[in-house]
Design a protein around this ligand. Structure first.
Ligand SMILES: Cc1cc2nc3c(=O)[nH]c(=O)nc-3n(C[C@H](O)[C@H](O)[C@H](O)COP(=O)(O)OP(=O)(O)OC[C@H]3O[C@@H](n4cnc5c(N)ncnc54)[C@H](O)[C@@H]3O)c2cc1C
Length: 964
């Protein structure tokens, strides 16, 4: 069940798998490991000769001109024990950290003696190791129950395990896993009856039952279709595959394709670019460099940075990060263009060691801006006076957006400008960026987007480089050009989430109430500070907790990595996690339940946040108490404590995390256009937001249908574009849906106002089509535009979204594997426009966060700075079997948002903030394992992502303590 997934197992053949192992000995093939442990033999043949060999010999054979014809797996013998194991970074579709297959035959008087040489096979240790030969020899004739056999075998095994560097996973972990898997097998061979109670917990794997979920929400039928839980209007075409994304646009006459040539090295200069071989490739048309850019070689646009930093479309010589585009190649098809890009020969000069981490940047004093500082109260004084003090460091990594649709753009030169169809979250930014790079003025550029196959912030600034490069290509060849990035280039060249590091001190009283926090934050902005979030993060840093004295400093680190960008809850998720980490540290120091420490620190209305905002809409303690009750927290916590005491090798954890998410709609503006056609009374909307799965098109349709009093089918939403929604903000900050809904509401209200006199003339309730026809005949303007924008009166949020999440996990101490048993989320979404969509946003944000906190890890080559986790082979977002087994979402009832005319609240990002509760639940499980080991009752550091590997290592498992 752990190999691939059902569809891979249905189509992939064992022979193909063995051939992959044959070609790549470092591939930890599960099929090879299982078959070899079982003693399988393959028959290999040519037309004339056949040969039957064991699998180890098969790997050494030349296979040119030969086929694998059959496999023979010997039947199990009496008293034979056979077990296989695979430990991997996520639940399915991942290759093993380490896999193992073990077979031995027991006999003798008590049936506990190893009768003949056992088979102990490991994958993932090294290119050369398959059998643990010395351990196999050691075990011959040994009695498994005898003193010394287990420890003797482990000691021999550990001496022959020599993990190499052919894997991205640490040698220490792989070695430890090999021992723990052998231990698990040993216990199985000995049998349950011979084991002490706590040790038995090593026997059973974590078993995942069928997933289930609950969704609880209110709806107001009197307002339908507003607040009705209708499915997304595009759900059917998306599910059937008929929905068109940018790269599905039909090819136009003369259209060609482009690909980026990217650097494989960071922190150097371009030596030479040799296109000769590329130009000989099939379909090659031309190759472009920085010199071919007719406008400015800069795709960046004003965003957060005080002074907009320039970022080159194509390097003019300097290479800041690996993955940086050096050239654009153009061919007749995308695959030819991709092949051309690979054929370009690049040399590099002035190579210097890259700075790749925040720690390196701090050591080298490599920062983009001076330190940002914010002080509330007297943190230094309060810290000195506090009865208890802690200090520490905690960090979290980067994250790819991992949208299903990679970056894509199509640019078609026209007689008077250019049409740009870009998979973007920000048509305005693309217009600006393309205008800059081509020198074509904005009014000659028509930018549009129908929908995105996922965005998560990655197609805001991230869409600018592909759009600018594509436009430069189209301008040069004067033909339509399509640029659709392959996944590898997308992951290496395009922006992603910033890593963060916190160095902190905190002072608190005997109850755990915070008195002072000193919070020194470091943000890794990569090679450009285009998206430096530090100045806005204080608004989120204190989360749901009141502390009178804070010192917040923030530094934007400059590293030789791709510039970082907004990614669903950018930066907010990091500071939120860090503050929760401090809560855990306080609780551990006082030996209190972290849930109690969180509760006593919670905000009340009238208290002031770190950023100076006095709360008026705080309902966190009510939500907290409600969720603890509905999730039966107390009872489950007690059960978990008992379980953890009784089980040495399986642990559970249960954690509750609150969330305050500050919404800043005032920083955004969106232009909405609504028209009613006199022909049949149908209504068309274009709005400034971008549909990327969140259901914005459905929500604006609901608002229009409810306000105009027509069925939903009467409404159609067309592509977002720069003509009818000029100067609109990027879709982000979780407020785009509500702002565009408000814009549509205002347009429809004005249309109603104009139509009402005619309606009255027609008796008050004419048929819709007749009313529209009459309005048209009487010259009523049947279209309306409106820009929804309320400039902020202060730097403070318009309102807050609140929520609480309780997560329970199971963990296998011997491997680090985990299962999220249950998550209960209570979220204040105001009065939802469409609760079905908003529940989907809550679930999606939570699971997006699970990837961030548990499995998604970016690894760079230390020497070149190249991203090594640049594909699905190594980078692991969650799959269907990584989500909570039992996921229960409740939207807070009776909670209209008074600060918004639609009465809803932001939902896209806030629930992600609470997904770190899974990491904190794991922390409790790990804590229990550490205490059992007798080595660690201290507060330990558990950074994000807390991968399977990391969790196992934090458990301080030591094979010398393995017993029966
Ligand atoms: C999403 C995904 C998840 C996966 N997960 C796992 C996993 O968890 N564990 C694991 O071990 N593997 C995993 N794999 C690898 C998978 O098992 C192999 O890709 C698959 O078994 C290959 O079989 P195939 O029939 O598709 O071979 P192909 O890809 O068609 O062939 C592979 C090679 O073998 C050659 N070949 C095929 N049959 C023969 C034959 N009879 N004689 C000689 N040469 C032959 C082909 O010519 C080709 O060179 C995964 C693959 C994918 C795509």
């Amino acid at each position: 069940m752990k190999i691939g997934n059902v569809s891979v197992r249905n189509v992939g053949s064992w022979a193909g798998n063995l051939m992959m192992k044959h070609a790549h000995p470092e591939f930890p093939s599960d099929v090879f490991t299982i078959m070899e442990a079982a003693g399988a033999k393959v028959t290999v043949g040519t037309r004339h000769v056949r040969e039957t060999v064991g699998l180890v010999d098969f790997l050494k054979m030349g296979m040119a001109g030969k086929l694998i014809l059959s496999v023979e797996i010997p039947a199990a013998l009496p008293n034979e024990v056979f077990k296989t194991y695979k430990i991997m970074p996520r639940a399915q579709n991942a290759h093993a950290y380490v896999n193992a297959g073990f077979r031995l035959r027991l006999g003798g008087q008590d049936k506990m003696s190893v009768m003949e040489k056992p088979s102990l096979v490991f994958g993932g240790i090294s290119k050369t190791m398959d059998h643990a030969v010395a351990t196999e020899d050691f075990l011959i004739g040994k009695n498994l129950l005898e003193d010394g056999t287990l420890q003797g075998a482990l000691s021999v095994l550990e001496s022959e395990l020599k993990p190499d560097d052919s894997s991205l996973f640490s040698p220490e972990y792989r070695k430890s896993l090999a021992s723990t898997l052998f231990y698990k097998f040993y216990l199985s061979a000995v049998g349950r009856d011979h084991l002490t109670e706590p040790v038995r917990s090593a026997l059973e794997p974590l078993v995942r039952p069928v997933s289930r979920g609950e969704q609880h929400f209110q709806t107001k039928e009197s307002e339908w279709p507003l607040r009705k839980p209708v499915p997304k209007t595009s759900a059917r075409v998306q599910a059937s595959g008929e929905a068109m994304y940018t790269n599905d646009l039909p090819q136009t006459s003369g259209e060609v394709c482009a690909a980026l040539v990217t650097s494989t090295v960071a922190n150097c200069k371009v030596g030479t670019l040799d296109f000769s071989q590329a130009m000989e490739m099939p379909g090659a048309i031309t190759c472009l460099t920085a010199k071919d850019i007719k406008g400015e070689n800069n795709y960046n646009v004003p965003f957060l940075a005080p002074v907009t930093p320039k970022i080159e479309v194509l390097s003019s010589g300097e290479i800041l990060h690996a993955g940086q585009p050096l050239a654009v190649v153009i061919a007749d098809t995308q695959s030819h263009a991709d092949a051309m890009a690979q054929a370009v020969k690049v040399t590099y000069t002035d190579l210097k060691p890259p700075i790749l981490t925040i720690q390196d940047a701090i050591a080298a004093e490599s920062f983009h801006y001076p330190v940002f500082e914010l002080v509330k109260g007297d943190p230094k004084g309060a810290l000195a006076a506090a009865p208890h003090r802690i200090s520490g460091e905690v960090s979290c990594d980067s994250q790819h957006h991992f949208y299903m649709e990679t970056q894509a753009c199509r640019c078609a030169p026209l007689e008077d400008g250019m049409e740009v169809q870009s998979a973007t979250q920000a048509t305005d930014f693309v217009q600006n960026s393309v205008a800059q790079a081509t020198g074509i003025s904005a009014h000659r550029l028509y930018v549009s987007v129908k929908r995105l196959g996922g965005g998560f912030g990655g197609k805001t600034l991230g869409s600018l480089l592909p759009a600018a490069a594509c436009a430069v290509a189209a301008q040069n060849v004067n033909r339509p050009v399509r640029l659709s990035l392959n996944l590898g280039t997308n992951m290496e060249a395009i922006t992603k989430r910033a890593p963060y590091l916190l160095k902190y001190e905190a002072g608190f009283d005997d109850d755990g109430k915070l008195m002072a926090v000193v919070y020194n934050l470091y943000e890794d902005n990569g090679s450009s500070p285009q998206c430096a979030f530090i100045p806005i993060l204080p608004a989120f840093t204190d989360n749901a907790y009141s502390c009178p004295n804070w010192q917040f400093t923030g530094q934007t680190c400059k590293t030789h990595t791709v510039p970082t960008t907004m990614t669903r809850a950018p930066g907010l998720s990091a500071v939120h996690f860090f503050t929760e980490h401090i809560m855990e540290h306080v609780a551990k120091t006082l030996n209190k339940d972290p849930t109690d420490v969180r509760r006593i620190n919670m905000f009340q209305n009238g208290q002031t946040t770190l950023s100076g905002y006095t709360l008026v809409d705080c309902n966190i303690t009510t939500l907290w108490d409600d969720l603890l009750a509905s999730a039966q927290f107390k009872q489950r916590k007690q059960e978990i404590e008992v379980f953890n005491k009784e089980n040495r090798w399986k642990k559970k954890g249960l954690s509750v995390v609150p969330c305050r998410y500050s919404a800043f709609p005032g920083f955004f503006r969106f232009t909405v256009f609504v028209a009613i056609y006199h022909t049949d009374g149908s209504v068309v909307i274009t709005h400034g937001g971008v549909e990327m799965g969140q259901g914005i098109d459905t929500k604006v349709s609901q608002v229009a249908a409810a306000t105009l009093g027509v069925p939903m089918e009467t409404i159609h939403v067309m592509s977002t574009n720069s003509l009818t929604s000029p100067n609109s903000s990027d879709t982000g900050g979780s407020v785009t849906s509500e702002l565009n809904c408000q814009g549509v509401l205002e347009c429809c209200r004005r249309l109603n106002e104009r139509m009402d006199p005619i309606r009255q003339e027609m008796g008050g309730s004419p048929k819709w089509a007749e009313l529209i026809n009459m309005c048209h005949r009487k010259g009523v303007d049947l279209s309306e535009k409106y820009m929804e924008h309320h400039p902020p009166k202060s730097p403070h949020p318009a309102y807050n979204s609140w929520g609480v999440t309780c997560t329970e996990v199971d963990m296998d101490v011997l491997t680090g594997e985990r299962e999220i048993r249950r998550a209960d989320i209570l979220f204040d979404c105001g009065e939802s426009v469409n609760p079905a969509l908003d529940v989907g946003q809550v679930e999606g944000a939570f699971v997006f966060g699970l990837g961030y906190w548990l499995t998604e890890k970016c690894v760079y080559d230390k020497d070149t700075g190249r991203l090594l986790t640049n594909g699905t082979w190594e980078y692991k977002p969650p799959t269907t079997k990584d989500i909570p087994v039992d996921l229960r979402v409740t939207l807070l009832p009776d909670a209209p948002n008074p600060y918004n005319v639609i009465r809803s609240k932001a939902v896209g990002e806030p629930p992600l903030l609470m997904s770190c509760s899974a990491l904190f639940a794991l922390r409790q499980a790990v804590q229990s394992a550490r205490e059992d080991s007798g080595l660690g009752d201290d507060f330990f550091r558990l950074d994000g992502p807390a991968t399977v590997e990391v969790c196992h290592q934090r458990c301080l498992v030591d094979s010398s303590s393995f017993t029966l």
